[in-house]
Design a binder for this molecule. Structure first.
Ligand code: ZN
Length: 221
């Protein structure tokens, strides 16, 4: 008797349905028992559970599936590793570019009219003009009373007043010149403030290059 059916079992796996070769009782066994010798529960005859080719195919398919899954997982793993490598490479390149940019900026000579980031430092021209006007005023403060004094030299009654005006003019001229110097000094101070930050950074950079590696730029900054 070779008549049998192989079916999916409800709870997974396969089942073989067949009849007892002696009493034709309806029997069933899990496909994994195919090829095993068993006894009929009704008549007790010994028989071999059918379905060996199906079992072989089933096992083969199972192995194939496992192999496919392994290959798939290996490929997925390889892909993930590849992505990881690419990410690391990109990260390294990005860091290299940043480092190069930093180096380029550090080695760029300090221009007198640019600050640390290469931005133009304002010239504060208005302060220059204020200083020039103060100097002109200083010159006029002396020049005008001097002309008055020279013009009144022949008239003695005006002379003393002219001398007083001249002295006053000289005094205010000194004041104006002093203020002009002060304004220019203030302008230089403000403009130098822009440089000093960059100078500090360059000093720190040089220290980092020449001295112990424990001195870091950001701590000096
Ligand atoms: Zn039987």
């Amino acid at each position: 008797m070779s008549d049998y059916i192989v079916r999916d079992r409800l709870l997974g796996g396969l089942e073989v349905f067949y009849r007892c070769p002696a009493c034709a009782a309806e029997l069933r066994s899990p496909l994994t028992d195919a090829g095993d010798r068993e006894n009929c529960p009704k008549c007790g005859i010994s028989y071999v559970v059918p379905g060996e080719p199906e079992l072989a195919e089933y096992e083969h398919r199972k192995r194939q599936l496992a192999k496919d899954r392994e290959e798939l997982e290996a490929r997925e793993l390889e892909r993930r590793k590849q992505r990881e490598r690419e990410k690391k490479k990109a990260e390294a390149e990005r860091r290299k570019r940043e480092e190069a940019a930093k180096q380029a900026q550090a080695s760029r000579p300090a221009k007198p009219n640019e600050d640390d980031d290469g931005k133009k430092i304002p010239k504060y021209n208005s302060l220059v003009w204020v200083a020039i006007l103060l100097r002109i005023l200083a010159v006029l403060n002396v020049a005008v009373p001097l002309i008055v004094f020279l013009a009144s030299f022949e008239t003695p009654e005006l002379r003393s007043a002219a001398i007083q005006i001249l002295l006053l003019g000289i005094f205010s001229a000194i004041l104006c010149a002093f203020w002009a110097e002060l304004v220019e000094a203030f302008r230089d101070h403000v403009r130098n403030g822009w440089h000093s930050r960059r100078t500090l950074a360059q000093i720190a950079e040089r220290m980092e290059q020449t001295s112990t590696p424990t001195i870091r730029r950001d701590t000096v900054k």
